[in-house]
Unconditional design. Sequence first.
Length: 94
Amino acid sequence: MEWYYTVLIAILVFFIVLAVIVYVFRKRLFNWVMASILGLYIASPLDLLPDFIPVAGWGDDIAAFVLMIGFIYRGIKMINKNKAKSRPKSVSYG
């Protein structure tokens, strides 16, 4: 078997395992995974639309940044909601 078949199979197995992990923990991980992916996209030197195109080059970066902030906000909101559910109710005497 050629070396590139081995590499392709390894990449395929990696993405299958990653998909299973994300599916199993989708309620807790989705927002953080998406925010991380978008953060890596913003930080990477590769770009969907190059920055030398005046408006479009920065537009995709701004859109990715806004989406990243939204995913982080939803993740924090979900954590706070889960903490509120697990907190014991206050008992009032009187």
